[in-house]
Each structure stands twice: as structure tokens, then as C-alpha cells.
Design a protein around this ligand. Structure first.
Ligand code: BEZ
Length: 212
């Protein structure tokens, strides 16, 4: 089944390197990144998993939990995690799912047979506290992900969940944002006390409202 933005993220129970996880309960009232990688003991995946471990502080700041997945077994994940710590200088600090049954990869359509019959591609799902899917990205096996971009989108998602704004091209946390067109100028004066600039009637920019 193809999962789309706004769909409820399928719930599941799985064995992980941090014990059994009941996915929706594990997410709790925060956010989650669920990401699949093709295979344990592979070079690109090794760099990715180390990079996510190093982002722990940034993830915690945003109330985001990460969880990885591959179709390899727990015993492989555990042995490989020693290599990740040794080569990337960061130990895994988030769970890795044993999806040797392919249950979760099936629910999330993470195996793309025209790319590879057996292994998961590099899928990313960002899931909100309401358990809805907020972002999906699929990378090929040969390309390591840009997790800074995923954090950037989470900043945008968290901001736009609370304010009637959208974020422009290449926006980064702290930069000006766009007032959504459904907000009238009158309402915008109240909602955005720092003021706004009208470039076109449909393009109005204001300082990021949750920053001083
Ligand atoms: C890797 O993680 O290095 C990798 C995995 C599958 C195919 C190509 C590269």
C-alpha cells in the first residue's frame, strides 16, 4: 500500500536493539523519524547510522525519536553496531528494528522490487504526535541521506503546525517565513505583531513568529 502525507502511520510491534517496540506507544506525544536502510555491514549505511546517533541532541531539542530498520536480524544489528561505534565515533543511541520477517517494510512499502527484490531502499518517514505521516522521502541505496535536510523539514513542520505560515525555498530555522494566503491582511496584523512586508498580495513575509 502506498502511504501518503496525512495518512495514519501503520502501527506495529517489532523486536529492536532496544527491546520490543509497540510503534505508536513508543512515539508517545512527540515526533518520530522511521528510516530503512538496505543492509547491515554496508558502507553507506554505516555512515548514516553514525550520523543519526550524533544528531541525538538536535533530535531531543525537537522532541523527535529516531528508529532505523533493515531486513537483517537482531544478532547482525548488534554485531554491526560495534563497527558503527568504532568507525563513526558514535554508538547507536536509538533502536534498530529487526525486520527479517519483512512485516514493517511491507506495511511501509520499503521494498521496491524494481530497485532491489530483497532489500529495503532508503525510506524516510516523519510522523507527528497525531501519528500522521508528515514527510516521506525515498533515496536509492547508492545515495546516503542528508539528515540535516530532514531536521530542516521538521523545523518547518513544527513551526507551521502552530502558526499560519509556510516556509520559503531553502528556508532555515530563524529566517523569515510566509503568511499563508488564507489569512487576511487584517488578521495578519493581529497574528503577526512583528509586522509583515507585502511583496505581492499573495506573498507576504514576516519574521519567524516563535523567535525573539
Ligand atoms: C551501502 O550502504 O553502502 C549500500 C547498500 C546497498 C547498496 C549499495 C550501497
Amino acid at each position: 500500500m502506498t502511504l501518503r502525507l496525512g495518512d495514519t502511520a501503520p502501527d506495529f510491534e517489532a523486536q529492536t536493539t532496544e527491546g520490543p517496540v509497540s510503534f505508536h506507544k513508543w512515539i508517545g506525544d512527540g515526533w518520530a523519524i522511521l528510516f530503512s536502510h538496505p543492509k547491515d555491514f554496508t558502507p553507506v549505511c554505516t555512515t548514516e547510522l553514525g550520523a543519526v546517533a550524533k544528531l541525538k541532541g538536535e533530535l531531543d531539542k525537537r522532541k523527535v525519536k529516531a528508529i532505523g530498520l533493515s531486513v537483517d536480524k537482531l544478532s547482525d544489528h548488534e554485531a554491526w553496531s560495534k563497527d558503527i561505534e568504532e568507525t563513526q565515533g558514535a554508538a547507536l543511541n536509538y533502536p534498530l528494528i529487526d525486520d527479517s520477517s519483512r512485516k514493517v517494510s511491507g506495511l511501509y512499502d520499503m521494498i521496491h522490487p524494481n530497485a532491489d527484490e530483497t532489500f529495503t531502499v532508503r525510506s524516510v518517514f516523519v510522523i507527528g504526535p497525531d501519528k500522521k505521516i508528515k514527510l516521506t522521502i525515498t533515496y536509492p541505496a547508492s545515495t546516503g541521506r542528508n539528515f540535516d535536510e530532514i531536521l530542516r523539514v521538521i523545523d518547518s513542520l513544527q513551526l507551521t503546525a502552530d502558526y499560519q505560515v509556510a516556509t520559503p525555498v531553502n528556508w532555515k530555522d530563524g529566517e523569515d517565513v510566509i503568511i499563508v494566503p488564507t489569512v487576511s491582511d487584517e488578521a495578519a496584523k493581529e497574528k503577526f505583531p512583528k509586522g509583515f512586508k507585502t511583496i505581492k498580495p499573495y506573498l507576504r513575509v514576516t519574521p519567524q513568529p516563535n523567535r525573539n
